[in-house]
Write a protein that binds this ligand. Sequence first.
Ligand SMILES: Cc1cc2nc3c(=O)[nH]c(=O)nc-3n(C[C@H](O)[C@H](O)[C@H](O)COP(=O)(O)OP(=O)(O)OC[C@H]3O[C@@H](n4cnc5c(N)ncnc54)[C@H](O)[C@@H]3O)c2cc1C
Length: 339
Amino acid sequence: MKPVQKISLKEYNTFNIDVNALYSFFCKSEKDLFEILKSDFVREKKIIILGGGSNLLFTGDVEDVLILMRNKGIEIVEKDKETVFVKASAGEIWDEFVDWCVNNSYGGIENLSLIPGTVGASPVQNIGAYGVEVKDVIEELEAVNIKTGEKKVFKNIECNFAYRSSIFKNELKKQYIIINVTFKLSKLSKLTLAYGNLQNEINKNNPSIRDVREAVIRIRESKLPNPKLLPNAGSFFKNPIISNQQFETLIQKFPELVSFPVGENKIKLAAGQLIDLCGFKGQKEKGVGVHEKQALVIVNYDNADGKTILKFSEKIQQSVFEKFNVKIEREINVYSAEF
Ligand SMILES: Cc1cc2nc3c(=O)[nH]c(=O)nc-3n(C[C@H](O)[C@H](O)[C@H](O)COP(=O)(O)OP(=O)(O)OC[C@H]3O[C@@H](n4cnc5c(N)ncnc54)[C@H](O)[C@@H]3O)c2cc1C
């Protein structure tokens, strides 16, 4: 296989950043991937993997080899009365996969409806929404080692899943390409409805997983900016987790802070609220700004480049740190020319 030379990535990332990729491969099958990895052209080069480009920010041209995961396929590998194991290829569009599961009455991921991106990226940051994280239903996944070309099965426990995190975002970052994910789904209706206003939105006795999917879609469409109209990458920052001790000091000064206990001696704060209290909600400069309804979402309003967006995000981080003494980490991945 030969790379496609110099393409604009504008339509391949939801921030609409107009950078070029010098060498791109569109990987449509597992066989493609093995061929790409063992070709002389690729062997000694650095590799970047791209799914739907909905969780990253390009700050310069991509001079390394870019592999766009476009392999498709959904297969039932095993089922019994209660459970079904479904294997989906990395290049499947996440929300189309959720829709397929809901149509077949396989429950477990309906709360994750309408999250952009691909199946292959879903374990990377352990996507989550409305009280469900994808780690709750991942049985195992297959990934290929970029250096050796060997395929390895990672069972759920080996993925070190945590809040918006996994081994593929940390210890094994840039080392493996996920080619498929096997999900353990339920044929019984076990719904998760306790989160936020989901139950109110459904407003029905004995809802089905289709009702849950539709309610989640309605809530998301009313709250989140559509990247096709307002280019963005969802939450730019993670919610910070601090110690009980730090929280006790903070709450004296800012009694309005929203907090959620997480595990022993740890408190999660709402990054959006911290950003809002720093006065950034709705603020715009140099073509970039914070969304007027969602302080966690940075929007590329007017063809800003990646560096401008990154600088703006650093200004927010600095401001939150100065006001609250709390560091907010980026959720999204930044790709610079030096990557
Ligand atoms: C409007 C909007 C709403 C969002 N809402 C949510 C939400 O509610 N919850 C949530 O968790 N996220 C949310 N996101 C973030 C994003 O949709 C998810 O992180 C999604 O899983 C990213 O998928 P992708 O295919 O676009 O990944 P990309 O952005 O293409 O890649 C993300 C990272 O994963 C790596 N990667 C991608 N595919 C593979 C693979 N096959 N193997 C190895 N590494 C890979 C990339 O190299 C990169 O580091 C939202 C984004 C947007 C734009």
